[in-house]
Design a protein around this ligand. Structure first.
Ligand code: NAP
Length: 443
């Protein structure tokens, strides 16, 4: 009898876990990858910026894993609603939770809930065509916008705001989102770092892309660019960032339609507005014993939108242990409890690049296989039959392929790139053809 493993979540962590199981197991293994959406690939599909086509091409690698013999995609199944811990443990020898980090962190400042103050996660999901965020969610009607945080997500958001719709038309952004980007009134984008250039979290490659924008002048204030200490003593990646930022500080704007101000040593203290965001109050900062403290010097930006890009965090899964302190599932090398495991951002927090999840998943699978070594796989219930008894029918891999084909067809009909995301869940489900028998690529 093969070892049967359920993976909850079909993002990079989930699919790399499936791959590691097929590679590391010395006996036959069957893997079901369970996903809430009808579409696989998680953050690769709904988090990676649409113009980052080489990162998006990781989906091609993940696809080959889902098509491996013994691996099955079960879409449209929500953990905790359609099937819980007890159900999965009844149907599988082991369960691996790989649901990532789906929500944003908050800044905890007054005005954060005003209309116009939004989470980057929402905005990213919007331009990536995530079915949870309708295409009419955002109107870019403010001439000035602030993006809080200087990580790679902030850089993605800034780049999408700065580019022309023409530059994005060959990407997969939904047609209505593209129309809204074309109507954007945004002229000035302020990206705000609460510490200095040497502390920024973005990576050099991503930062350099901002300098290549043809539709926006990138500006850094000369008084905010210097770093404390000798730049040559900084780690290589950090030194690269600092050199780029210092070069920008010497640039003279050439009058491009948009302007990106990259700011440092400023922290948001209040979002102001009567019924909606009208301004952002910032305070100049310095470090005291490694802590960011305010200096009592304030500045107000007349922005109509504040996008907080201050990090993602995981959400607890029903019935699964969760630490509010680390916002992760407590684990030892991936082991949570008997027959329950975790991998990816839910295991270690939202850090690292997509590839980091590959070694992370491999560690979890090593733990899982060592734990189950010598244990005879038990005869267990079948999840698809159990779900059918509840009137729930998974989206099959073949049905997902028909959604993908509809996206390609839409792109062709619009004369846009390789694919265009369909607008919303109903359109995806409407595009599905083929049986709902829960089988893998052949199903
Ligand atoms: P991140 O790298 O952790 O950056 C978060 C930023 O928010 C930091 O600049 C942080 O400043 C700032 N911040 C946090 N709390 C704040 C507050 N209360 N007020 C003001 N600023 C605050 O998070 P991320 O950008 O969401 O990225 C998550 C992960 O995805 C990272 O590993 C990233 O590299 C990865 N990613 C990669 C790519 C890519 O490779 N192209 C694209 C997107 C995301 P402090 O440092 O001062 O805390």
């Amino acid at each position: 009898m093969p070892l049967r493993v359920a993976i909850v979540g079909s993002g990079p962590a989930g699919v790399y876990t499936a791959e590691a199981l097929t590679k590391q197991a010395t006996a036959p293994v069957e893997v079901d990858v369970i996903e809430r959406l009808p579409t696989p690939y998680g953050l690769v599909r709904y988090g990676v910026a649409p113009d980052h086509t080489s990162i998006k091409s990781i989906a091609g690698y993940l696809r080959r894993v889902l098509e491996l013999p013994g691996v099955r995609f079960l879409g449209g199944i929500e953990f905790g609603r359609d099937a819980g811990v007890g159900d999965l443990l009844a149907c599988y020898d082991a369960v691996v939770y790989c649901t990532g980090a789906m929500v944003d962190r908050r800044m905890g400042i007054p005005g954060e809930d005003l209309p116009g103050s939004v989470a980057a996660t929402d905005f990213v999901n919007w331009y990536c065509g995530h079915p949870d965020v309708p295409a009419d969610r955002f109107v870019l009607d403010s001439p000035e916008v602030a993006v809080i945080g200087v990580g790679n997500v902030a850089v993605d958001v800034v780049r999408v705001l700065a580019k022309t719709a023409g530059e994005l038309s060959a990407t997969d952004v939904p047609e209505e989102v593209l129309a809204r980007l074309a109507d954007s009134q945004v002229k000035a984008i302020h990206m705000i770092g609460r510490r200095g250039p040497e502390h920024a979290k973005f990576t050099l490659k991503e930062l350099r892309e901002l300098g290549e924008l043809t539709n926006a002048d990138v500006c850094v204030r000369p008084d905010e660019a210097p770093v404390s200490g000798e730049p040559s003593a900084l780690p290589r990646q950090v030194r690269g960032n600092v050199e780029v930022l210092q070069a920008w500080a010497a640039r003279i704007p050439v009058g491009r339609p948009r302007r990106l101000d990259v700011r440092f040593w400023m922290r948001p203290v209040e979002i102001l507005g009567d019924g909606r965001v009208e301004a952002l109050r910032l305070e100049r900062t310095r470090l005291e014993g490694g802590r960011v403290v305010g200096t009592g010097v304030f500045e107000t930006l007349p922005v109509g939108m504040v996008l907080r890009s201050v990090g993602y965090q995981s959400v607890p899964l029903p019935g699964v242990p969760f630490s509010e302190a680390t916002m992760t599932v407590p684990n030892e090398a991936g082991r949570v409890r008997d027959r329950e495991y975790v991998a990816g951002w839910l295991k270690r927090g939202p850090t690292g690049v997509i590839g980091t999840n590959k070694s992370d998943a491999a560690e979890t699978v090593r733990t899982l296989l060592a734990d189950l070594d010598g244990r005879e796989p038990a005869a267990r219930a079948d999840l698809v039959s159990l779900l059918a008894g509840r009137g729930v029918f998974p989206v099959t891999y073949r049905q997902w392929l028909s959604i993908e084909a509809a996206e390609a067809e839409l792109a062709r009909s619009l004369g846009r790139g390789e694919r265009v995301k369909l607008p919303g869940l109903a359109a995806m489900l409407g595009a599905m053809t083929g049986g709902g028998d829960g089988a893998g690529p052949e199903g």
